[in-house]
Design a protein around this ligand. Structure first.
Ligand SMILES: [Zn+2]
Length: 333
């Protein structure tokens, strides 16, 4: 079964669907009119299939997976084996190989020619997506954010997506790469006060607050503001807050922080808090019209409706527990 097309009336669009975001698993689907790309594979194969189905897709709609890093909540061994069985290709950094090679499923994929390694340079996937990796600061070994360009159909302009999670700090070079994307996914991991009063071991708190841990709401908002100031008015239509900690954050706190940054720059952008479970948000993004970038394209209010939103952001509640990547363990993830 092929996945659903964009909703009627939306036109050729790129689907951006966060299947899961947080310490219990991360995966995001990006696809145009053919099989798509999944960023990270941190859910087990059954959960992956269920989440894909929940956003109108299935395994047949996945042609490639790109890994940001090898922490356990970003790469699941069972799903690696599933990728191999299904002939889905895997893009990982060359330094990820040493970690992944311990896994028999990965070795089988490698022997089958399904593994491609990226360096610091942009690469193409079989989905037609151009992926530009950029290094970030995290204690998970080599860790990357991505800028992804994908056309929703032939002879249509590309949609740009920025994806940055699992970094302890941000830099001007990251702002450069994320400038003028259509959808900006940024980590808003924790509220600093909740982190400090969490009662967790101090070594863990220090790790999460440190420059190689995770971005706080304050840091995420500063990054969002910097990217918006650098971007053309109307270029960034959606901001998706990623990797919220269950113990040390709340969606309303993260959304308030992001909206404050948007207000400070005087822009109109829809802010979504991604959730651990269920999949959320699912967006359908039309390429921006060349001369329409002067107008914010907020669905329902813009001159052209660029996306379908089922935004439960403000209602999204905390999950059950924080795992490694929100810093429950000094091992990190
Ligand atoms: Zn991590």
């Amino acid at each position: 079964m092929r996945g659903q097309e964009a909703p009627r009336g939306v036109g050729p669009s790129v689907q951006f669907a966060v299947l899961a975001s947080g310490s219990r698993g991360n995966a995001t689907l990006v696809r145009g009119d053919g099989p798509g790309l999944v960023i990270d594979a941190g859910l087990g194969p059954r959960a992956m299939a269920e989440r894909l189905e929940s956003v109108g897709a299935c395994w047949s709609d996945v042609a490639a997976v790109a890994l940001t890093h090898t922490h356990r909540d970003h790469v699941d061994p069972g799903t690696i084996a599933e990728l191999g069985r299904r002939g889905i290709s895997l893009h990982c950094h060359e330094s990820h190989r040493a970690v992944l090679a311990r896994d028999p499923g990965f070795r089988q994929m490698d022997e089958a020619g399904l593994v491609s390694t990226y360096t610091g340079r942009p690469f193409l996937t079989s989905t037609g997506a151009r992926v530009e990796p950029f290094p970030v600061e995290h204690d998970g070994g080599a860790t990357f954010g991505f800028r992804i360009e994908l056309s929703p159909a032939r002879r249509t302009r590309a949609v740009s997506i920025g994806y940055l999670a699992d970094t302890g700090c941000w830099s001007e070079s990251m702002v450069d790469i994320l400038t003028d994307v259509d959808v900006l996914g940024v980590e808003f991991n924790h509220d600093e006060a909740l982190q400090k009063s969490s009662g967790r071991p101090w070594v863990l708190i220090r790790r999460n607050l440190g420059d190689r841990g995770h971005l706080s709401n304050r840091q995420g908002a500063e990054l969002v503001e910097a990217v918006l100031r650098r971007s053309r008015r109307g270029a960034i239509r959606h901001i998706v807050l990623l990797h919220l900690s269950d113990q040390c954050n709340r969606p309303d706190l993260a959304i308030d922080a992001a909206r404050g940054a948007v207000r400070a720059v005087g822009r109109r952008v829809v802010v979504h808090a991604a959730s651990q479970n269920p999949a959320h948000p699912t967006l359908w993004i039309r390429p921006a019209r060349r001369n329409a970038l002067a107008a914010a394209t907020v669905p329902g209010t813009s001159r052209f409706s660029s996306a379908r939103i089922s935004d439960r952001a403000a209602l999204a509640g905390p999950g059950l527990f924080d795992g490694l990547d929100s810093g429950d363990s000094a091992g990190g993830s």
